[in-house]
Design a protein around this ligand. Structure first.
Ligand code: LLP
Length: 431
């Protein structure tokens, strides 16, 4: 009926999430409001985790916290027995403060600072995913100064074209992330790392992009990377124990989207790694996957209150809401498309095509362009669907608009995970 099964409709003809009335939640917490179905997030975690156990065995699924990071989600992911991908000192600090088991944390990033690496080493982060030679040298000297040995993976560009938005495609040679496979750069950094004190070479990592629907680029990446592990062993006798294949699995933003079921990815990729390992006489590496979007996006919606409705005859009707690019910059950044529903009339006849616009001082501040909706007026509530990933985490205070709260729904109870920012919060660091 709706995009995801965590949404429904109740006897008042209102939209529900996790069985709770969205209009009631909007009343209680105000709008704009991010709502997330915690049970759905847990279900998604379990699909990945169970598939890894069933199809491969020796693996760990990490949640990519860039999709949505806060203490609440870190605690939830820890309870689900997953690992965590962090990509900055801030994400790492969030995980530390949530009490996340540090041995299951993988620290990514193409330009980690000495301060961030020091925080990671001091807190015994499980793995650092090294991006380049200068980072490797910096990390080795930090580890040495603290008499510690750090376990590393290397970010590799496998040279794969994934069909997605250019800004979120990362596996090609022309990418700022990692070292290239085909130029020999990847092999060189691994050999060099072996010669460094306080560095333990554990694995290799790749991530080919995000919101990818095809399964083939993932299989190709798995094949190339496993082959590379075998090459490194044959040529240099270096054993690579871990293969991290990143995230990037596409989700359903529109009812016309047709993503591959999550467990199918794991099944198919596991098959490829096993095949190549067998052919090349390789001990099976431990595999890691790092989904972010596919765990949280489908579980989230954003609720807005309609304000001005502006009809420009023969051109367009703008329905302006009380949020916008400050809480969801994905349209302005990538031209992303979303579905939306009127909270008090979710299945009503969609008789008018409108553009849902935000309240920021930019013409491009649009949430959904040209969507057919039932007629709306000021005061009505609109929910934009599948906003659980890369919305709160990419929100800004542009125009000094405060970030909305995040409310988690579980077992028909709503819990605040992140408070709404106040005007005082906005000025917290002003002198
Ligand atoms: N691992 C690495 C190293 C990554 O760079 C990413 C995403 C992931 C895992 C998780 O990918 P996911 O499963 O969430 O697709 N802001 C963009 C998405 C940027 C993704 C960046 N890296 C958007 O809103 O579409």
């Amino acid at each position: 009926m709706f995009l995801t099964d965590c949404l429904g409709i109740n006897e008042k003809n209102n939209l529900t999430i996790g069985g709770l009335d969205v209009a009631d939640l909007a009343k209680e917490f105000g709008t704009p409001l991010y709502l997330m179905d915690e049970d759905k997030i847990r279900e998604n975690c379990r699909i990945y985790k169970n598939a890894m156990e069933k199809y491969y065995g020796k693996g760990l699924v990490l949640y990519a916290s860039k999709a949505f990071s806060c203490r609440y989600i870190c605690r939830l992911v820890a309870e689900e027995g997953m690992g965590l991908d962090v990509v900055s000192g801030g994400e790492l600090y969030t995980a530390i403060s949530a009490g996340f088991p540090m041995d299951k944390v993988y620290f990514h990033g193409n330009n980690k600072t000495a301060q961030e690496l020091t925080l990671a080493v001091d807190n015994n982060v499980g793995r650092i995913v090294v991006d380049n030679i200068s980072e490797l040298e910096m990390l080795s000297s930090i580890a040495k100064s603290k008499s510690k040995t750090v376990s590393v993976l290397f970010r590799i560009k496998p040279g794969i074209e994934a069909h997605t938005h250019e800004f979120i495609s990362t596996g090609r040679i022309d990418s700022k992330f990692g070292v290239a496979l085909e130029t020999g750069e990847a092999e060189e950094i691994i050999k060099y790392a072996k010669s460094l004190a306080n560095i333990d070479v554990v694995g290799v990592h790749c991530h080919i992009g995000s919101q990818i629907f095809d399964i083939d680029p993932f299989l190709l990446a798995a094949e190339k990377m496993t082959g590379f592990i075998a090459d490194i062993k044959d040529r240099h006798g270096i054993e690579i124990a871990e293969l991290n294949l990143g995230g990037g699995f596409g989700i359903k933003y529109l009812s016309s989207d047709d993503p591959v079921p999550y467990d199918e990815y794991i099944k198919a990729v596991s098959g490829v790694v096993k095949d190549v390992a067998k052919k090349r006489g390789l001990t099976l590496p431990k595999i890691l996957m790092e989904p972010g979007r596919s765990i949280v996006a489908p579980a989230g919606i954003t609720v807005y209150t309609v304000g001005a409705v502006k009809e420009i005859p023969n051109i367009r009707t703008y329905v302006s809401v009380d949020g916008g690019m400050c809480d969801n910059p994905r349209y302005i950044m990538y031209g992303s498309e979303y579905e939306a529903v009127v909270v008090g009339n979710p299945l009503g006849l969609r008789e008018k095509t409108v553009t849902i616009a935000g309240k920021c001082c930019e013409s491009g501040d649009i949430l959904v362009k040209d969507i057919a909706l039932p007629l709306v007026k000021a005061g009505d509530l609109i929910a934009v669907l599948a906003t659980g990933a890369y919305n709160y985490s990419m929100a800004s205070n542009y125009n000094r608009i405060s970030r909305p709260p995040v409310v988690m729904v579980s077992g028909k109870k709503a819990r605040l995970a992140i408070r709404r920012e106040s005007y005082e919060d906005l000025m917290r660091n002003d002198l």
